[in-house]
Design a binder for this molecule. Structure first.
Ligand code: ATP
Length: 324
């Protein structure tokens, strides 16, 4: 069953120099019960994409497309309607989660405000729920009485996860939640997210990261973005084992491998720089960095083609159609 269906979504930023085409014709689905990964280099539009689902505010502008979530188009919700479903049906753990909590309030008051805004009235019941959830993320019940600044970075991260999932949202979006953490704490966060799924607290997760190695530990399917576009989408295993798009191949080659001594062998990054999203080129957005670029890549935008069941990539090398 599909929980979220995004079709041809275009989200731009309005700037004095023109529109930054941060998300430009993106389509994908998130199924109930899955962890859907979104990966790509910094600046490819991952955060814009997920934030546009719920927290659009200027200069972010919806230029086209839809995002159907539980029968409603998220692009058409009023501010009031969006507030109602946030936390309850769709919740985001933001990129800088450690600093996302109101510093002037105790954790229990942050949680009480949120619960009350969504119609819960029994303070005792909310406090009990908070204690259960704190214990689930291995925080002491005393944390309820503390201010965010009294907690360490890792503790604050877990407290934010409690707040984001308190109302059992169907879809949880985790935006680069592990990037500021050490490897051990990253593992704890991944385990907690798994736990939230197992306990039925959340039904599906969108996990956004630039770290493919980390994504492998959690995602069922993955979507690779480049310069505001989807270049590849498929099961995590298939994309990692048989990447079809040159960008995905280079991205995987730039990951450190087990047993390789990197003082002797240089880790290969992707040569060149991403293009400007103010005036992106006509054809494939990756052609300026692609080792296989052909004339057609400059002129014609490639369409996603199915390379194996459920595995799609947008590259002229794979044949198929084109978006002229
Ligand atoms: N407020 C803004 N005004 C104009 N351009 C913006 C704004 N916010 C983001 N952008 C641009 O939109 C593009 C996509 O940014 P976004 O933050 O979504 O990428 P990302 O893949 O999430 O990267 P990161 O992981 O570094 O946040 C980038 O070119 C960025 O410079």
């Amino acid at each position: 069953m599909i929980l979220l269906r995004v079709r041809n979504l275009r989200i731009y930023y309005s700037t004095p120099r023109g529109f930054v085409k941060a998300v430009d014709g993106v389509s994908f689905e998130v199924k109930k019960g899955e962890v859907f990964g979104i990966a790509g280099e910094s600046g490819c539009g991952k955060s814009t994409l997920v934030h546009s689902l719920i927290l659009r505010k200027p200069p972010m502008t919806h230029k086209g497309g839809k995002a159907i979530f539980k029968g409603k188009d998220l692009m058409k919700l009023s501010r009031e309607e969006a507030r109602k479903i946030q936390y309850k049906e769709l919740s985001i753990i933001p990129q800088y989660a450690m600093n996302a909590l109101n510093p002037t309030k105790k954790i229990k008051d942050i949680v009480w405000d949120l619960a009350r805004e969504h119609g819960m009235q029994d303070k005792k019941e909310v406090e009990k729920l908070l204690k259960e959830r704190l214990s689930m993320v291995k925080l002491s019940p005393k944390v309820a009485e503390m201010y965010p600044v009294e907690l360490s970075g890792g503790m604050r991260q877990r407290a934010t996860m409690v707040v984001s999932t308190l109302l059992n949202p169907d879809l949880l979006i985790a935006d680069e939640v592990t990037s500021a953490l050490d490897v051990t704490t990253q593992r704890v966060v991944i385990e907690l997210l798994h736990h939230f799924m197992e306990e039925g607290i959340v039904k599906s997760i969108i996990f956004v990261t630039h770290d493919l190695a980390l994504l492998r530990q959690i995602a069922d399917r993955v979507m690779i973005m480049y310069a505001g576009k989807v270049v590849e989408i498929g099961s995590m295993e298939e994309v990692l084992e048989s990447p079809a798009h040159p960008y995905t191949q280079l991205l995987l080659n730039s990951l450190p491998r087990m047993g390789v001594h990197y003082k002797r062998e240089r880790l290969r990054g992707i040569p060149g720089y991403p293009i400007s999203l103010l005036n992106p080129p006509e054809g494939c957005r990756f052609y300026t960095r692609c080792p296989y670029a052909m004339q057609v890549c400059r002129e014609v935008e490639p369409e996603l083609v199915e390379v194996s069941p459920g595995h799609y990539a947008a590259c002229h090398l794979l044949g198929g159609g084109s978006r002229a």
